[in-house]
Design a protein around this ligand. Structure first.
Ligand code: ATR
Length: 274
């Protein structure tokens, strides 16, 4: 039996994770000699669990809730996008170095631009939320050259802090959702965790421009309340976070293996069976 390079996703809880299915499909498709498992780490034993995996020859990890900040602190080297996200979702072990990367923003951008065929350049973008999920996508969005990026949050102060952090990278404004009443946006991205509680932020109904894209970074069997609201109020394109999930995985796979897998078949499979 050949020894297979070992990768895993680490989180708590982890049983729901689709990462093993996605990466196993990528490995088959690209004929990579690797295996990929899910690791449940006790919440207070992240470093111990990661170190044990590394010592057993593990090559890389995906990191999910609640460990993305700990992975950031644990990394000895960081990519620019992990540094700006202040969170790590991908670790790569190279000799004594632990490289921390964050592929979430690249996954979102690739899903919007390549899969949905919608260019971000010169568009007016509204990002809803100012927590970890929002922070992780701000720089990758700004690097595509939007006309402007508005960050709206229930607690406006947090949106303002993000605005200040990224001011050098593009045209940014911030505020409460209602501050944007009367303005319209081409792409509206929900990066709040409201959909997890089957809730919807306090969003003005008139913010969807003609032909706009409403994107929910969450996904579920039914359209989220945000996507239903967007459709009722004129958004033409609706997308949930399945495409982003698969694309961030592909970006991690590329970091580890140097090969870009085909994502469309697995996105289609997950959309059918999600
Ligand atoms: P994550 O890592 O998923 O971003 P987080 O850092 O806890 O989690 O951030 C959650 C985000 O969702 C925040 O922007 C939060 O708004 P506040 O900063 O005001 O707390 C937002 N959020 C959560 N539930 C919400 C709700 N019901 N309505 C509006 N925003 C909500």
């Amino acid at each position: 039996m050949p020894i297979l390079d070992a990768y895993a996703v680490i989180g708590n809880p982890i049983s729901h994770s689709k990462s093993p299915l996605i990466h196993t499909a990528f490995a088959q498709q690209t004929s990579q000699a690797m295996r990929y498992e899910a690791i449940l780490s006790p919440v207070d034993e992240f470093q111990k669990t990661v170190t044990a995996f590394h010592q057993q020859g593990g090559k890389g990890l995906n990191v999910t809730v609640p460990f993305k900040l700990e992975a950031y602190a644990f990394s000895t080297h960081l990519t620019e996008r992990a540094e700006s996200a202040q969170a790590v979702n991908t670790l790569q072990f190279k000799h004594d170095e632990i490289l921390g990367d964050n592929t979430d923003g690249a996954g979102l951008v690739r899903d919007i631009e390549t899969n949905l065929g919608i260019s971000i350049a010169s568009k007016r973008i509204l990002l809803m939320g100012a927590g970890g999920a929002a922070r992780g996508v701000v720089l990758p969005i700004l690097k595509q050259g939007p006309a402007m990026l508005a960050i709206a949050n229930r607690t406006p102060k947090k949106a303002q802090l993000l605005q200040q952090q990224f001011a050098a990278y593009g045209e940014l404004v911030s505020g409460h959702f209602m501050d944007f009443s009367g303005e319209s946006f081409d792409i509206i991205i929900n990066a709040t965790s409201a959909s997890l509680q089957d809730a919807i932020p306090d969003l003005p109904a008139n913010i969807f421009a003609n032909g706009s894209l409403a994107y929910d970074m969450m996904y579920s069997h039914e359209p989220t309340r945000f996507l239903a609201f967007a459709q009722q109020n004129g958004a033409h394109n609706l997308a949930d976070g399945i495409g982003m999930l698969v694309e961030q995985a592909a970006e991690s796979f590329f970091l580890w293996r140097g090969i870009r897998p085909q994502t469309k078949p697995i996105i289609a499979q997950l959309k059918t069976h999600a």
